[in-house]
Design a protein. Structure first.
Lengths: 76, 464
């Protein structure tokens, strides 16, 4: 499974990446965590409000930092 | 190994700086003291009543306001006239922090309403976010705060339309349709609005100052012989100087040597009654706010609100501290000197060309009349150009401007810098270029500098 964190490097984006890593570890899943920070790559997802989270290329959350529990629910 | 070499070079550099540290030179020592004074002034005057409520408001906007409702008007199918209007003012809601401006700009351009509204948003966004307006009005005075917001909104539309007109025939390179954030319907719009109005009310009334009861006239600013007037109340008086605080909270130190007259002034009755009752009003608003939040919001939202506000504080305060220290060190408080002599500022962007003429010895030559007649243009142009290329971290444009104004910068150029500054910087031009290409970036920059220059000239002519 591939988790992509979209964000240009603001503190919220790092927070989201951190939450995503924790969620994956707690769920016991083997995931690949990728940070997408190039603006044009982020746009390719159709996202304009960062941070955003995509799982296997599908955008799940836009414009906010979801909690660890929320992310876990998206992964399982 | 290379890491060690880097470390050694760094150590040598630090050693050399320490070795030749100009401690003991009057200018340097004075500048360090100025930086410390300015930091203390910010800490005492602006943090508790102004910045902290503003962080909570910014957090609340991020969490409680439904951003998708705003974004809908910037989508690909939105009517053009509405898109421009929304783009010009939506910075208050969408660009709570300047790091979200660029992705939104790119998004509106590629997937939404197109180039014009995107440029309008990019120009006004950084200038009209809550934190910027509040701090500008508080530190630099209410009129400059309002002029900044109004100027940014009006001219953003002009710039947006200009970009659209120039590039009307370009091929559209639209991307995929935007994924808009979907927030569950919870509150009504009026409930969101009530929450924000109550919070802004707390901010306004907590900062309500007494209206002035004196009017002081004094000669000002390094090298200049112009008469300035301030209205306010006297907060301290001594042999050497008096300090007058204006209703907007700005303090003006006037050395006795420059003071011309102090006269009484009718105090505004309603204004002062509000001042006396301000803590009662604030308490009432806070209770109201508590009830609204308890009834209308969920536990998760409240937790997110606190963490978002905390995030802003952690992100902005360290930068602001550095900015204030740098402004104090380089230019000093108004009326005091920093590392850069005020004369240079006056020569470049001062209210009149007198300083430049006196220093350069051009007075009396043909160039003098040329300089005098075009001075407004040069100063505003220089300020706009400087602002467009220089990088200001979030909100640091405010202490920088305060120091520049204190050193003798004219009000017009100050506004020009405030307008061109946060919207553009060299690093941010590179990102914009990667989104809209070189040609459009150049045109946008030219438009921004032109508009900022014009606005500064008009404002300078109106306000003197």
């Amino acid at each position: 499974m591939k988790i992509q964190v979209l964000g240009t490097g603001c503190p919220k984006c790092s927070k989201l990446a951190e939450n995503a890593a924790t969620a994956a570890a707690e769920a016991g899943l083997d995931v690949e965590l990728v940070k997408v920070s190039e603006l044009n790559d982020i746009l390719a997802f159709g996202v304009m409000m960062t941070p955003a989270l995509a799982v296997d290329g599908e955008v799940k959350v836009v414009g906010k930092v979801p909690s660890v529990a929320d992310i876990k629910a998206m992964l399982v | 190994m290379r890491k060690e070499i880097k470390k050694a070079l760094l150590l040598v550099l630090v050693f050399l700086i320490c070795f030749w540290l100009p401690v003991g030179f009057r200018r340097f020592d004075g500048a360090v003291l100025e930086a410390l004074h300015l930091i203390r002034w910010y800490a005492r005057e602006h943090v508790l009543l102004c910045l902290i409520p503003a962080f909570f408001i910014a957090g609340a906007i991020g969490v409680f306001v439904r951003q998708d409702a705003v974004m809908r008007h910037l989508g690909a199918k939105a009517p053009k006239a509405i898109a421009y209007g929304v783009a010009a003012v939506s910075g208050t809601v969408l660009a709570v922090c300047s790091c979200t401006v660029l992705p939104l700009f790119a998004g509106i351009y590629r997937m939404g309403a197109g180039l014009g509204p995107a440029c309008a948003f990019l120009y006004s966004g950084p200038a009209i976010n809550v934190l910027a307006i509040v701090l500008t009005a508080r530190v630099l005075g209410l009129e400059l705060g309002i002029a900044r917001a109004v100027g940014a909104v009006l001219f953003s539309v002009v710039i947006g339309l200009g970009m659209h007109a120039i590039f009307k025939h370009e091929q559209d390179d639209r991307g995929p349709v935007a994924a808009l954030p979907v927030t569950p319907e919870g509150r009504h719009l009026w409930q969101d609005a009530a929450l924000l109005v109550a919070m802004v009310g707390v901010l306004i009334f907590a900062n309500w100052a007494r209206s002035g009861d004196v009017r002081a006239a004094f000669l000002c600013c390094p090298g200049g012989l112009n008469t300035f007037e301030v209205e306010g109340r006297i907060v301290s008086q001594s042999e050497e100087s008096i300090t007058v605080e204006t209703p907007t909270g700005r303090r003006q130190d006037i050395p006795s040597g420059q003071l011309q007259s102090v006269g009484a002034r009718e105090p505004g009755a309603v204004y002062n009654r509000v001042h006396q009752a301000r803590w009662g009003i604030v308490l009432g608003l806070l209770i109201l706010l508590g009830v609204m939040i308890a009834r209308w919001s969920s536990r998760d939202e409240r937790r997110e609100w606190v963490s978002t506000s905390w995030g802003f504080a952690g992100q902005i305060l360290p930068l602001l501290l550095l900015g204030v220290a740098a402004a104090g060190f380089l230019l000093g408080r108004p009326g005091h000197g920093g590392m850069i002599p005020a004369r240079y500022i006056e020569m470049l962007v001062g209210g009149s060309p007198d300083a430049l003429l006196a220093t350069s010895g051009l007075a009396g030559t043909l160039l003098e009349s040329f300089l005098r007649s075009t001075w407004m243009f040069w100063t505003n142009f220089a300020a706009s150009l400087l602002g467009a290329f220089m990088y200001f971290a979030t909100l640091t444009e405010v202490p920088a401007l305060q120091a520049l104004l204190g050193a003798g910068m004219g009000k017009g150029p100050a506004l020009a810098l405030l307008l061109a500054g946060p919207a553009l910087s060299l690093p941010n031009m590179l990102v914009i270029r990667s989104v809209i290409g070189t040609k459009k970036t150049v045109v946008f920059t030219v438009l921004v500098v032109t508009m900022a220059t014009l606005t500064g000239m008009v404002y300078g002519a109106l306000m003197g």
